[in-house]
Structure formats: C-alpha cells, structure tokens
Write a protein that binds this ligand. Structure first.
Ligand code: SF4
Length: 369
C-alpha cells in the first residue's frame, strides 16, 4: 500500500497551540502556491510512475480555506500524473469555520470521499480560548452538509479547565453528528506557541490528569461503538483511516507541498518549510527537498516495532521476518524481556495490553535504547 499527502499551508487565523507549517496571513499566495504544487505533482508523478497509490490526504494548514477549485485542480493533476488504485480513499481536512455547501459539492466532484473535521471541543469558551475560528454551531452546520458521508471528527483533551463533563459533551456532539471515526488527541504544549505560557504557568492539566480523562473518553467511545485501533484513533467497524494505517504499517508515502515529508524508495525526505524557497525551487524546475536520508536497517527495525505497537494490531512476527529476515524478539531481546508484563501475545502477534496503550511511550523508550 502507498499514500499521497498534500500540504495546504494556509489558515484564517493561528490557533494558540499550533506549531504546524501554516500561515494565517498569506492566503493571497494561494494561487501561486497551488501552481507550484501542480508542478511538484507532475515532477513526482514522473519519478513514481511505476507505483500505485491507494490513498490521498489533503492536510494542513486548512485545506478548506482555499478556493475549492484549487483542490479540484490538485486532484485532477494527481489523477493525471499518478496511478491511483481502484476506489482510493481520498480525505480532506476541514475547519468547520470554512465550510460551505458549494465547497463540499466541489470536493465530491473531485472524488473526495472522506472528510476530517476539527471539532476539538464542544465548549464554545474553550474554542475561543484556543483561538479556533469556529463555534459548535459551525461544526453542526458543517456536519449537516455531510449527512451519510464518511467523516471523522478531531477531539482534544488536556485543555485548560476542561472537565470530564466537557469531554463527555464533546464526544456526544461528535458521535451525534454521525462521525464514523473520532481522533482523540492530547494537547501538546509546544515551545514557541502562545499556549506554552499556560503550560509554564501550570495552568494545563498534568500528564496523570490527562491520562485519566483519556481513559474516561476511551470508555465513552467504546460505549458508542467506536473501536480503538490506534492510541489516538477510534472508528466504527470498517471506517479506520486507510491513509493513517499505511503510516503505521510503514507503508510508503509521498508528501507534496510545503514542509511535506515522504518515505519512499528506501529514503525519508522532507520539503522546505520556507514558502518563498518552495515556490522558487519549483519555478526553477527543482524539487524543494531540503533533507533526505537512506533509512538504515536498524532504524527501519525500530520504526517497525514502534509503529506496530501504537496500534491494536501489534507486531506480527511473520511480517517482521518477511521484512528483515530476523526474529524481532531476538533483535530486541533486552527490551522485550523488560516490557513483557505490558505485552499480550496471541499466536505470532504481540501487542501492548489494552490498559497500557496510552502510556506506550514509556514502553517504547526501552526499544529505543
Ligand atoms: S487550523 Fe490547524 S493548522 Fe491552522 S492554525 Fe489552527 S491548528 Fe494550526
């Protein structure tokens, strides 16, 4: 399996916790940016003409902030330059404050068949505090336009002053709106973002408090029929994100657009984060890659273990052997011995026990060592 990721780096406003490559003040560059992106799609398409891609994902930034004709154009270009599998999963991220009936109609005409909507919280005062541009009403309006569609809602925990009752309300709104998939993320206060000050001031819940809220949210989601398939991702049966599953299975993906990263042909590489440089490179006929490295076998083995343990599917000894020709329990003998109490075994599959999945980082540290 292989995926295509397209980065749209524009937003209406910067959220207080955001450290993604996104610009709230450069929407005027959208047309020029998209022209360069089309060029990059063409150049990469030529290089990867032998590959088949199963998923396409428009992320950002806010892909839904640009004129939908550009998304339509990008999809046309992808169809023209890449070989897509039959019935590919094609997702677009949408901010509820930027959605309209006409945009959704254009996305569907472009072949988009999955929508990922950032609800974050169903408490308006918390949305305001995060400087999100939408209200709960906007979310309900956006999802009313997506009745019967395959859509996912993003929910955040670890917010300032957020109670379990707030989380319950948020999950009820997300589930009640018809989301087939819910992503549950804990806020990460990144250095340099406005919310980092709240973190330094001790105003954000600590790790234990967040873990307790996560467990609570997990039980609510389970009750509502969402099955956890990765530490932060829950879906109704058959609605798991194929695009993300490909990442966790160490499948190949090509990222295009500003700051996009790729894992393809045994290499990991990243595009520039500088908008000017991105456009200049493509206008001069060069790919805007700033970093590229061959993935060493030892790193590949660790990646395999780390990614597999994030999911409920766990490590398949057979798959590991097929990929590397060795036994993972021998390659990671020390770490395996140390973490055995946290693991469950089922035939050739080893996974983290359900109750420890949220604290998997501590377990994975052993494998890193
Ligand atoms: S909408 Fe997303 S990408 Fe844009 S500023 Fe907010 S968090 Fe960042």
């Amino acid at each position: 399996m292989a995926g295509i990721y397209i980065h749209i780096p524009f937003c209406k406003h910067k959220c207080t916790y955001c450290d993604f490559t996104s610009f709230p003040d450069k929407l005027g560059f959208a047309e020029a940016y998209m022209a360069c992106l089309y060029k990059e799609i063409e150049m990469r398409g030529k290089q990867l003409e032998k590959m088949t891609f199963d998923t396409v994902y428009f992320g950002g930034g806010t892909p839904s902030v640009v004129d939908p004709k550009y998304i339509y154009g990008a999809m046309n270009q992808i169809k023209k330059c890449f070989h897509l599998a039959k019935n590919p999963e094609i997702t677009i991220e949408m901010n509820p404050g930027t959605v309209s009936e006409q945009k959704i109609a254009t996305y569907k005409r472009a072949g988009i068949n999955r929508f990922s909507i950032g609800l974050q919280t169903a408490i308006d005062s918390q949305l305001e505090e995060l400087a999100r541009i939408h209200t709960v009403r906007d979310y309900l309006y956006a999802t009313s336009l997506l009745k019967g569609e395959n859509f996912s809602a993003d929910v955040m925990i670890g917010l300032k002053g957020q109670t379990k009752e707030d989380v319950r309300k948020t999950i009820e709104v997300a589930a009640g709106s018809g989301a087939k998939h819910i992503s549950l993320y804990a806020l990460t206060p990144e250095d340099g973002t406005p919310i980092y000050t709240d973190y330094l001031n001790g105003e954000l819940p600590d790790a234990d408090e967040v873990a307790e809220v996560y467990d609570y949210a997990y039980s609510l989601l389970k009750e509502k029929g969402y099955r956890r398939y990765e530490v932060s991702n829950f879906a109704k049966k058959g609605y798991e994100s194929k695009h993300n599953l490909n990442y966790w299975k160490r499948g190949e993906y090509i990222g295009m657009g500003l700051s996009a990263s790729s894992f393809c042909c045994g290499k990991r590489f990243t595009n520039t984060f500088n908008l000017d440089e991105y456009m200049k490179c493509l206008l001069s006929g060069f790919l805007p890659v700033i970093e590229s490295e061959d993935v060493k076998k030892e790193d590949a083995k660790f990646e395999f273990i780390m990614l597999a343990l994030r999911t409920v599917y766990g490590i398949s000894a057979t798959e590991y052997k097929k990929a590397f020709g060795t036994d993972w329990k021998e390659d990671f003998a020390k770490a395996y011995e140390k973490t055995r109490d946290y693991l469950s075994e089922d035939g050739d599959i080893t996974r983290i026990k359900d109750e420890y999945l949220y604290v998997q980082n501590q377990i994975l540290t052993e494998y890193m060592n």
